[in-house]
Write a protein that binds this ligand. Structure first.
Ligand SMILES: Cc1cc2nc3c(=O)[nH]c(=O)nc-3n(C[C@H](O)[C@H](O)[C@H](O)COP(=O)(O)OP(=O)(O)OC[C@H]3O[C@@H](n4cnc5c(N)ncnc54)[C@H](O)[C@@H]3O)c2cc1C
Length: 417
């Protein structure tokens, strides 16, 4: 086993969003920083994000945009390094960006510019990055006391890592070890469970994990309906467990997707129902009763087709009034129309599952924030061990919030490592 010839104060595991921000922040403060990355390329998720244009933050970032067992945990980091700090860096680099729906900020040209900016900051601060690294083991060399007196005493290294790079077995020590390995979503883009294994090794608690920002699938009568409607998108309100979002739903061959479904998936657990309002701006029952007066001879489906696509109305007819499909509006009694209207405003669906980590944008849950300092991201009981980004039990809504959490938590740790 060879020892790496250079000495480092800080080793960061993972050259993704949070790891890179942490790396140059620490290096700008004079720390010698090495980033070890498993993949052959750096920042794969950044490059794929926002359809290649990276939704890098949002103009309005609040604690309410994040899900965590401790909803207050994210506040300190989001204040210390806010969306305005990241936007300022983007502007300093002359990266053109645009504001889209719900104040989401995207690159005008390419996500490559965000990655290039992070790498330029790392390079000018003197950060070393090694790719194709397999972490084999991590050993704690110091006592588990993070008190200040001990910190002075422990200016020596606290961790020894054994890793493999290009079939060479290497060993390296550091004072601060930062876990920025992300979470389980999309293994082909670097998703991995190493961060959770490290947390377990050092007796940190984990909260339950689940795929988030992910499409739903069905095993009931909705399955063929979705297949037939695949490609159709419309604006709806979706609610589940007391949360609701307004945006587009997209029917797919596998089920339902689109931004509104990804958002609500963060609040869904197996067995839960979701409610879809197909006409968010209208009391559909009232409107149908009025239509009965004005268009008594029209078919219900003809009237509905003024507001919803014909393909969708055909499916709703099969589900809700198949036996009366040839009746004119006047032949429906008011109660029937009210029931159909209520279904339109409150269509209850029961997904059988999500598409899982294969397509999920994020992982809900992770390292329990109770064991982590919200100021420094250091483990409270394990001096010199830091967790940042998605590996923690902090998950953002769709809209640039997950990257903002990666930037904010990475920066916070970078100041203290
Ligand atoms: C397709 C897709 C699109 C997205 N779009 C957006 C968006 O537009 N806006 C937004 O805010 N969020 C978006 N997200 C979420 C966002 O990408 C993540 O929340 C964010 O990247 C998390 O940052 P991180 O640093 O914690 O992890 P990552 O950025 O995932 O970085 C983790 C790094 O650690 C490496 N790694 C993993 N295991 C090991 C190991 N064993 N050893 C060494 N290295 C390891 C990985 O290869 C990776 O490089 C998207 C996610 C996906 C999957």
């Amino acid at each position: 086993m060879k020892s790496s010839s250079k000495n480092y104060d800080v080793i960061i595991l993972g050259a993704g969003a949070s790891g890179l921000l942490c790396a140059f922040t620490a290096a700008q403060l004079g720390r010698r920083v090495l980033v070890l990355e498993k993949a052959n390329k750096i920042g794969k998720k950044i490059l794929m994000s926002g359809g290649g244009r990276c939704n890098f933050t949002n103009h309005f970032v609040e604690a309410d945009n994040f899900i965590s067992a401790n909803p207050h945990f994210c506040k300190a980091a989001l204040t210390r390094y806010s969306q305005w700090d990241f936007i300022a860096m983007v502007e300093r680099y002359g990266i053109e960006y645009e504001e889209r729906l719900h104040s989401q900020l995207f690159c005008k040209n390419s996500a490559k510019e965000i990655l290039a900016m992070l790498l330029a900051e790392c390079e000018s601060a003197g950060v070393d990055i090694k790719t194709d690294c397999d972490i084999n083991s991590i050993k704690s060399l110091a006592s588990n006391d993070s008190s200040d007196s001990n910190k002075t005493q422990n200016q020596h290294n606290r961790y020894r890592l054994h890793f493999t790079q290009a079939s060479s077995k290497l060993s390296i020590e550091c004072q601060s070890l930062v876990v920025a390995t992300g979470a389980l979503s999309i293994p082909s883009l670097g998703g991995s469970g190493l961060g959770y294994d490290i947390a377990k090794q050092f007796s940190l608690a984990l909260t339950e994990r689940q795929a988030g920002l992910v499409p739903f699938m069905f095993s009931d009568a909705m399955k063929p309906v979705c297949e037939r409607l695949a490609g159709l998108a419309l604006e709806v309100v979706v609610s589940c467990n007391g949360r609701e979002f307004t945006e587009n739903i997209l029917f797919t061959h596998r089920g339902i997707s689109g931004p509104v479904i990804l958002q609500i998936s963060n609040y869904w657990s197996p067995g839960d129902e979701v409610a879809i309002n197909l006409m968010p701006h209208l009391d559909a029952a009232k409107w149908l009763l009025e239509a009965k007066q004005q268009h008594a001879k029209s078919l219900l489906k003809t009237v509905l087709s003024h507001k919803l696509s014909k393909a969708l109305v055909n499916e709703l007819q099969t589900l809700w009034w198949a036996g009366s499909s040839n009746l004119a509006l006047a032949e429906f009694n008011d109660k029937q129309l009210i029931t159909i209207g209520e279904h339109i405003n409150n269509w209850i669906l029961k997904p059988s599952a999500t598409e899982g980590y294969r397509t999920a944008e994020v992982t809900l849950g992770g390292v329990d924030t109770d064991g982590i300092s919200s100021k420094t991201m250091e483990a409270k009981q394990q001096a010199g061990l830091y967790f940042i980004g998605e590996v923690l039990d902090v998950t953002g809504h769709l809209g640039g919030f997950n990257f903002q959490w990666a930037w904010s938590s990475g920066y916070s740790a970078g100041l203290f490592v």
